[in-house]
Design a protein around this ligand. Structure first.
Ligand SMILES: [Zn+2]
Ligand SMILES: [Zn+2]
Length: 288
């Protein structure tokens, strides 16, 4: 696959959102396999951002409880990354990252984890995947059946969106002190099944408010290609009109394939807004 911009020139880019063999719901592709494919695609850098271990007192609502990496694997994950960083130093920039779940009510546990991993971390994405409805947690991007249940339990699709955007906004506004992740993950994940559950309401105001908060804090956006290749979504997270609004507010955009296999690197890139200026991640200042 050639990554070409619409102008025909090669679009050099950084992939800031990549999963790894440590993901229990991903592929077993090795780091080396990801990295070598990235080099062959001309990618200039990668942040490996595995789903960080969930808080110990949080019950993963997915059937196989496989939403995130195991806490007991963390050291091994960091060691492996240190090793590949050295091996591939001359060929590609590799950053050690995590995709951190923002789960309302578990902020303290999350801060504790961030504090613990901070000496190892160069980069981090803060994402919302879990929403609470009537006291029960749901993984909103798990599949269309779970999503349908969420709509039913909430009373309407609009209320699922409200719930999601409210959580995203809280994730932006919450202070994890000096351990703050600097990038907000896939801010329109609620649209993952939009072809099955089309929205007949506007999300402009919610998006507007979220973008203001992101820009005030100098954070950046995960411009995530995975939505574009999801059959029921068909657009990146977020779509172009939001990207335009983000650019008006000078919010940095970091492309993320959200690949869960080496083959997924670069996915959705061609569906991104061709005028969007992609950038490398702002790195955490404790990065070494
Ligand atoms: Zn995943
Ligand atoms: Zn995610």
């Amino acid at each position: 696959m050639k990554i070409l911009s619409k102008g025909g020139g090669k679009r050099l880019y950084y992939d800031g959102h990549v999963h790894t063999p440590f993901c229990p719901h991903g592929s077993n592709d090795t780091f080396e396999k990801y990295i070598e494919r990235a080099i062959s695609l001309g990618i200039k850098g990668i942040s490996f951002t595995e789903h960080a271990p969930l808080p110990k007192n949080f019950a993963d609502p997915t059937p196989a409880k496989d939403s995130a990496m195991l806490y007991s694997d963390l050291n091994h994950y960091f060691q492996k990354l240190q090793k590949v960083k050295k091996t591939y130093k001359k060929f590609i920039t590799i950053k050690t990252g995590l995709e951190i779940d923002f789960i309302e009510g578990y902020e303290q546990e999350t801060e504790q984890l961030l504090r613990e991993v901070s000496p190892e971390l160069d980069d981090a994405i803060l994402s919302v995947h879990f929403l609470q409805i009537e006291g029960k947690h749901f993984c909103m991007d798990y599949d269309e059946n779970v999503f349908e249940e969420m709509v039913r339990k909430s009373g309407s699709l609009a209320l699922v969106y409200k719930n999601y955007f409210s959580a995203v906004k809280k994730s932006v506004k919450h202070s994890f002190k000096s351990f703050q992740p600097l990038r907000i993950g896939h801010i329109t994940l609620a649209k993952k099944f939009q072809k099955l559950f089309p929205a007949d309401f506007s999300i402009e105001e919610d998006i507007h408010n979220i973008l203001i908060e992101i820009s005030e804090r100098g954070m950046s956006l995960d411009y995530n290609g995975a939505g574009a290749v999801k059959p029921f979504c068909g657009e990146p997270y977020p779509p172009s009109w939001i990207i335009k609004e983000a650019q008006k507010r000078k919010i940095p955009l970091v492309y993320g394939s959200d690949a869960h296999s080496a083959k997924g690197l670069g996915q959705g890139l061609e569906q991104l807004d061709q005028y969007a200026k992609l950038t490398s991640p702002l790195l955490l200042d404790r990065a070494k």
